[in-house]
Design a protein around this ligand. Sequence first.
Ligand code: PLP
Length: 391
Amino acid sequence: MQEKTTTDLSTTCIHSGDLKDSHGAVHMPLYDATTFRFSSTEQLLEVIDGKRAGYLYTRYGMNPTIISLEEKIAAIDGAEAALAFGAGMAALSALFLACGTHGIACVGDVYGGTLELLDRQLPGLGIKTHHVSPQKLETLETVLSGGVKLVFFETPSNPLLEVIDIRKVTDIAHRHGALAAIDNTFASPVNQRPLELGVDFTMQSATKYLGGHSSVTGGVISAKAALLERIKPWRKNLGQMISPDQAHRLASQLGTLSLRVEKQNANAFAIAKFLAVHPKVSRVFYPGLPSHPNHEVAKRQMSGFGGMVTFDYKGSSADSTRVIEKLKIFSLAPSLGGVESLVTQPHTTSHHDLSAAERAEIGITDTMARLSVGIENETDLIADLEQALDS
Ligand code: PLP
């Protein structure tokens, strides 16, 4: 059978990476084997030495279900190759360990777990992170002049949905001979195509939009194959591989990625507009709103504005907590990107492990709520928010 060729993302989501099963299955089945047998030692050595393609040992990633998933991710991201991991944090830690030994320049806000890794754990291994404000990119030039070789950023960021100019940051990195890596989890490749804007590594927590049903824990990185070779030994020897059953489930659920994200974009935009004029809401953070400080950059580099909306409640912290507890369709749960709508307060979840002073510095308040908008009916979602806010 011929590989289907297309430039359309929804067709790619369904048909890439699926056509190699020798029994003709319409999608790659689950191969749960931890190891694969050979008819001779010569054949085994050829595969181990990389002289011949083949499957070998699942922890190395040499498993048909995992390789098929990686081909699908690479096609979706428009990359030469991709690597799958057991979690988004596994992908990030492998990236930092492989490419951050000369220090890391972190531009803007990042997910709380990433910040903890960068600021509390990696310094113990001699890896220093230099934080740079996206408003002061001249500092990035100074940091890179000091020999730092990896620039990392997240856009839109968690939870304030700050949007960073991808091309601008990447150009600065490249001018100094550094690599640019982005966490594209919040946007997903449906809304934002970082590799097309020059970025070297695009990483995502597959636990979020890629899996999309709150039933997969995984992470992915897409890049040029030669760059991924630097990361592979870390994944292998830290045992960070995605399990075949999670890889299989993720590949199936990627089939609906475009459909889901487009509906989430539409629902989130409608909710952002509703919240923007609600008297109990002091501020809405959504890159699609003209009032968003980075709206022009978002329009330039995103084709949709995503399913995440953050808002600040006009009232006390206790009242804001009561409001989110009154929601009936939105579940109070950490995480994001699933078909079901979720709500959290960043100070109690994603950024809970930071001190109050660290949160204040980022701009996270105790009255803030972050919505991960699902694919339910838009009117139902708005009615749910309305009854909670008005209660
Ligand atoms: N990056 C972002 C933007 C996230 O929101 C998260 C988790 O919430 C991660 C990375 C880490 O992903 P995982 O939980 O799959 O390790």
